[in-house]
Design a binder for this molecule. Structure first.
Ligand code: R5P
Length: 293
């Protein structure tokens, strides 16, 4: 039954998630028709008019630019019908490029933020953005939604005995800290060093804490190639840890990442449906709908 004044448009990268959000908002759901030309151009058709608040849901996992363009097209269309266009980008690509790390680097996040505003977005929602600093580039209201409590609910059901939460990178330690607090256990952060020229990763040091025999939950915002988690696994295994689980919000799992992570020794990967994958065991539609309402 449609009782709220919401129309939810599901982009092709987030069809199922958008449907679930629409249901939770008690809104109307629209699935645009999409044609992809041989050169990769997308043609989108929506043969319906709409009014009230419009919510567009489109993640920007690979193909990142193509999914981003689709989001921009949908926003610009929606803006003709409404002065309130909420844009949900569950996984926001380019969020890692939120500052100039090396001289001359273009701050891509800032350009994306400008484009979203320019085509008509009036508020942007993202889930577990890589760094909150990225949101400073938005000159329209923007909101980050944490999926950590939902991931923790899943891990509570696994009944692991005295697990240690490990963050493979100190930059994300606030997420691991929150995860361990909600799970009722402790955590450590590893010091990851990434060579900004080669992309190579190395774990250089760690807080001294006993990991021997303990099951580990590696917590990160995203897994892309799996390189960060694999380095962490090597490090933890040398210290004689127990089983290793991986929890992340966005499982991009590029190329053979999933196979490589399993081969390295990760027993189970748990992610959310910000990026639809086999590992997406946690649904974020509820927390997104709650923030929109
Ligand atoms: C970076 O700092 C992020 O938090 C992730 O740790 C990273 O992007 C994961 O990438 P990959 O899986 O390729 O190591």
């Amino acid at each position: 039954m449609i009782t709220n004044n919401f129309t939810v448009i599901g982009g092709s990268a987030s069809t199922n998630l958008a449907k679930k959000i629409a249901r939770k908002l008690k809104g109307r759901y629209i699935k645009p028709s999409l044609k992809i030309f041989p050169d990769g151009e997308k043609k989108i058709t929506i043969n319906e008019s709409m009014k009230g608040k419009i919510v567009i849901v489109q993640s920007t996992y690979p193909p990142v630019d193509s999914n981003l363009m689709e989001a921009l097209f949908l926003i610009s269309y929606a803006r003709h019908y409404s002065s309130q266009v909420y844009v949900v980008i569950p996984y926001l690509g380019y969020a890692r490029q939120d500052k100039e790390f090396l001289p001359g680097e273009i701050v891509s996040m800032s350009v994306i933020a400008k484009m979203l505003k320019l085509v008509g977005a009036t508020k942007v929602f993202v889930v577990d953005i890589h760094s909150k600093m990225a949101l400073n580039h938005f000159k329209i209201p923007s909101q980050n939604i944490s999926a950590i409590p939902e991931l923790v609910k899943h891990f509570k059901r696994l009944h692991l005995k005295d697990p240690l939460v490990v963050c493979p990178d100190l930059a994300g330690v606030f997420r691991a800290k929150n995860f361990s607090k909600l799970l009722g256990t402790d955590f450590i952060g590893l010091r990851k060093y990434r060579d900004r020229y080669t992309g190579g990763i190395e774990i250089r040091s760690v807080e001294q804490k006993h990991v021997r025999g303990r099951d580990i939950i590696l917590v990160d915002d995203m897994i892309s190639t799996g390189g960060s988690m694999i380095e962490a696994v090597k490090f933890l295994k040398k210290q004689g840890c127990g089983h290793i689980y991986a929890a992340c919000t966005h499982a991009l799992l590029i190329h053979d990442a999933e196979k490589n992570l399993k081969k390295a020794g990760i027993l189970k990967i748990v992610s959310t449906n910000t990026v639809p994958r086999k590992t997406s065991l946690v649904d974020v539609s509820g927390i997104i709908a709650k923030e929109i309402l």
